[in-house]
Structures are given as C-alpha cells and as structure tokens.
Design a protein around this ligand. Structure first.
Ligand SMILES: Nc1nc2c(ncn2[C@@H]2O[C@H](COP(=O)(O)OP(=O)(O)OP(=O)(O)O)[C@@H](O)[C@H]2O)c(=O)[nH]1
Ligand SMILES: [Mg+2]
Length: 391
C-alpha cells in the first residue's frame, strides 16, 4: 500500500519526517516504495527548518499563513490554525497533486498533534478539502494525544484535543489514535525523547505497507495482505500495535532438525509477539469494542506455518469477538517474528470520551465566567452615569 503522508504543525511534521525515513528504509533494504510523497505543512518557519528527511524545497515543506503569523506559529489557538488552513488549502492541495508519483497513491495519511494550534486546527479542514477533490481515495488521520502533564497545566489543551478529534471524526475515513503518554510509560528513559517516540509510532506501518507491495515471489506470503484488506479494515476510531520476538533462539535450540518442538515453539513465539503488540497498542482501549481487526505475521518463510496463523486468529477472535478479522503473512524478516495488529471501528474509547466530557464542562464553566464578567460590567455601567465627568 502506498501513502501520501502530510504532517501539520510541529508534531505532524516530525512524524511525517519519520515516514519519509521509513520509506528510505523500505527502499534500501527491500527495494520497495511505500510513500509516494511526504510533506510538512506549518505556520512556523523554524519548525519546518528542523526536519531532516522531507525534501527541503517549498513544495515539500509548505509554509502557510505567513501573512497572519509572520512565520511564528499560531500559539495554540486552533481556530486560527483552521482559518489559515482554509485560506491556504489550494496551495497545499496543488502542491501534493503535482508530485511526480501521485497517481500511484492508494490513500492519504494526515498527521497532527491534537493539543497544539496549527496541526490541531488544520488537520480536519485539510482532510475535508482533500476529500472533496479525491472522492475515490480514502483519507486517514493520525492524531497524537498529549502527555498527561500537558492536560494539567493548560485548559486550552483539553479544548483543542476535543475540537480536533470531533472535527476529524466528521471527515476522515479512519483516525489512528496515538497517546503520547503510552509511549512515555512504555520505557521511561525515552519519555522525554520525542524522536524515539516518533520512531515507535511509525514502526507498525513498515510491514503493513510493505507486504502488499512485494514483487519478489519468495517474499510473497500464502495469504497476502494488500491495500484492499487494509482499506476494508480502517473505519472510524482505530489503534495499532507491533510486537517482536527474536527467533535466533529457536534456531540455536533446535539446530539441524525441524522437529515438533520447534513448530510448537514457533507458535509460542508468535503468541508472544502478538501479546506484545496488544499490550503496546497506540491507545488504551477495550478490544471488545472493535468491529474490525487485522493482523500480519512477518518472519522467515520456514517459521510461518498454518498452526501459527490459526493460533493467532483464535487469540484475536477471543479478544475481539465482534470483529471481522483479516490477516496475512509476510515471509520477510530475518531472525525475528513480528506481529502487527490493527483494531478499528471502535465504538468506544474511554480517553476520547473523557476529552469530550471535560471539554463540555470547560465550555460551560467559561460561559459562566463570561456571564459573570458581563454582569459586573453592566453593574459599573449603571453606577458610572451618576459620576460627574471632567470632559
Ligand atoms: N509524539 C510527538 N508528539 C509531539 C511532537 N511534537 C509535539 N508533540 C505534541 O504535540 C502537541 C503540541 O502540538 P504541536 O505540533 O507542537 O503544535 P503546532 O501544531 O505546531 O501548533 P502551534 O505551535 O500552536 O502553532 C503536544 O501535545 C506535544 O506533546 C513530536 O515530535 N512527537
Ligand atoms: Mg508549532
């Protein structure tokens, strides 16, 4: 599957940059292309300059709203981010369309941090604009939720997240939810290292996108997972995860023979990788709430067997009994067994619901405060008329 990836704001731009690196990796180690174009769109010149892999010309690092912001961002005001995106939408759409390999694209992936201003405001507006022009290509959003400490210090954070999520949900075909806090907890030394978090966010996409693009017959699985399967799986609120177990251990244990113990051990490794993928999903959720799921096993060809695929299928069926499950195998990896999992069409995600509830309370609170302000103003206005003026 081939994507056009567009990142908005600092967070979106950096993750888009990570996708550009992912494509470079797919090219160099597999001879495949999985990204037909990687772009960063921002109101902030400095953020655009800080990227590494996205081409540094103005057709790939797109500055918007410079008249309004002077190239310095929108300072967390996501309404302003949305307004600027509406005004400069044509510039972005035209730039993407004129890309050389645009015609090969299967879908769009738009990325932003929900708590900021530029990305949070622009992502839904741009999704809507692109959707109107390309009715036949799905448009996905990948939205990054803030660390807990960001929610505690700023009311604006909750408001931005809620408005961004709602607006994206109205227009995107599916939304990958990525909770920064989950990555901070996964491995504490990386908690402050956004670059490492970004690499982890993008990791599950590698095999997922490569599997259907594979051209060499020895790397084509018994059951190919292609763009069609992925598109059929992605609807509404979505999460994804990746797990790996090293298989070098297997080889050394059973050197020379492929006896029954090795086969059992392969199944066990697969389950272990799937366990890791599920516990590391990009947002905390209840798999029971998902209506669609997908898993992909990637390992050396001789380690993929029918029992393994069946065992993993049963595991996911028990976990998400209401889901339509799609699957595939990809005989590519060396020395490892990888499992990628996607859960989609989730009808409830606690964290998202909480953001909506808190934003509603916050708006009510602000309204009260404003009314209070209005009535005191009225109060002064009433008494002021009795004071003599010097003018
Ligand atoms: N995972 C990840 N999160 C990031 C990154 N950069 C920023 N964030 C998160 O994104 C949110 C802030 O959004 P930004 O992208 O910085 O804001 P922006 O869209 O540039 O908007 P303005 O700066 O207000 O114009 C916060 O919740 C950050 O924790 C990043 O590189 N990776
Ligand atoms: Mg910024």
């Amino acid at each position: 599957m081939k994507l056009v990836v567009v990142g908005f704001g600092q967070c979106g731009g950096r993750i888009s940059d990570e996708f550009a690196r992912l494509n470079a990796r797919a090219r160099s180690i597999r001879g495949l292309d999985i990204i037909t174009g990687a772009y960063a769109v921002n109101t902030d010149i400095a953020d655009l300059s800080g990227l590494h892999t996205i081409k540094s010309n103005y057709q790939h690092r797109i500055l918007i709203g410079s008249r309004k912001t002077g190239g310095h961002g929108v300072g967390k005001i996501n309404e302003l981010g949305a307004e600027i995106a509406r005004e400069d939408a044509d510039k972005v759409v035209e730039t993407i369309r004129s890309a050389k390999r645009f015609a090969e694209t299967d879908a769009f992936l738009m990325i932003a941090g929900a708590a900021g201003g530029t990305g949070s405001g622009a992502i839904s507006v741009m999704t809507q604009q692109i959707k109107e022009r390309y009715v036949d290509k799905p448009i996905y959003n990948l939205i990054v939720l803030p660390f807990e400490h960001e929610e505690a210090t700023e009311d604006r954070t909750v408001y931005n997240v809620a408005t961004c999520l709602k607006s994206s949900y109205l227009v995107a075909d599916a939304i990958f939810l990525v909770d920064n806090q989950r990555y901070a907890m996964k491995d504490s030394p990386i908690s402050s290292n956004l670059a490492k978090i970004n690499a982890l966010i993008v990791q599950p996409f590698f095999n997922l996108l490569c599997a259907g693009e594979e051209k060499k017959s020895k790397y084509i699985g018994a059951k190919i997972l292609d763009a069609g399967d992925i598109i059929q799986t992605l609807v509404g609120w979505t999460t994804l995860g990746f797990g790996r177990s090293k298989s070098s251990l297997l080889k050394s244990l059973f050197e020379g023979g492929r006896d029954f113990r090795m086969k059992a051990s392969e199944t066990q490794k697969g389950v272990q990788a799937l366990d890791e993928a599920v516990s590391g999903l990009s947002i905390k959720c209840n798999p029971l709430d998902s209506k669609r799921a997908l898993y992909l096993v990637s390992a050396p060809a001789k380690e993929i067997n029918v029992d393994l695929i069946k065992e993993l299928g049963t595991y996911i069926k028990n976990m998400a009994p209401e889901a339509i499950i799609r699957s595939g195998d990809y005989p590519r990896e060396k020395g490892a067994m990888d499992v990628t999992i996607v859960l989609s069409e989730m009808h409830d995600v606690e964290k998202v619901r909480n953001f909506f509830t808190r934003a509603i309370n916050l708006i009510a609170e602000l309204k009260k405060r404003q009314e209070g302000l209005v009535s005191t103003q009225r109060g002064i206005d009433i008494t002021i008329k009795d004071i003599p003026s010097l003018l």
